[in-house]
Design a protein around this ligand. Structure first.
Ligand code: MLT
Length: 210
């Protein structure tokens, strides 16, 4: 659908079976609602896929919130956009009859950052997340309760965009909130490859069936 519906341009692909998870797919800068559909399918072949397009345009490239420079976020906009995205998820849950007890976020880069912001701001919205090349979206004033929420953080050892200490800090923030964090260091940079998706797939299968 190329028009806004429920507040965002998005794609929704129904689940193959009624007990399948739903993946909220959040693309990186310059991506759109179609980008992560194949990744979602690789992660789980039966899952429902809910994939919105970020509303901010940076030189024509969609994003989920404004930034002032690379890796420097506009925190006010990040908050506004996080609330807006959570509202979309709530409406989509009703519209598409999504079982929120099986709703996971999968984000890449800017999408992973907004997914981390959703986790920290709305700790009961999602039951887990796969964050590919995420950064600390903001330092929470109050520690949210993310107890038992599984989070897979896939980071690149030679990522030019995300310094390793930023990834470590994100893992620490999530762990302090009680999340069950798996930090997976990959040899590559900011891009992700099929081997990495396979590792995330295995982690995900262990979490939903294990
Ligand atoms: C961001 O702006 O969210 C990060 O710098 C990652 C990206 O380039 O999208």
């Amino acid at each position: 659908m190329t028009e806004e519906f429920l507040g965002f341009v998005h794609r929704f692909v129904p689940a193959q079976t009624s007990d399948a998870p739903t993946l909220l797919l959040l693309h990186g800068t310059g991506g759109d609602e179609n980008d992560l559909l194949p990744v979602g399918r690789m992660l789980n072949e039966r899952a429902a896929l809910l994939s919105p397009r970020g509303k901010i345009l940076e030189h024509g490239m969609p994003r989920f919130f404004r930034r002032l420079a690379e890796g420097v976020f506009d925190h006010e906009d990040l908050m506004d956009r996080t609330h807006e995205l959570a509202g979309f998820v709530d409406r989509a849950v009703d519209e598409y009859d999504i079982d929120q007890r099986r709703l996971f976020a999968v984000g890449f880069s800017n999408g992973a950052n907004v997914a981390a912001s959703l986790l920290l701001t709305y700790p009961r919205l999602l039951v887990g997340a796969i964050l590919l090349r995420a950064m600390v979206p903001f330092e929470p004033d109050k520690t949210p309760d993310l107890s038992r929420i599984p989070v897979y953080l896939a980071a690149g050892r030679s990522d030019q965009m995300v310094p390793p200490e930023n990834t470590e800090r994100l893992a620490q923030v999530l762990r302090e909130a009680g999340a069950d964090v798996t930090l997976d260091w990959q040899p590559g940079g900011h891009g992700i490859g099929p081997a990495e998706i396979q590792a995330a797939r295995k982690w995900f299968a262990d979490r939903i069936f294990g």
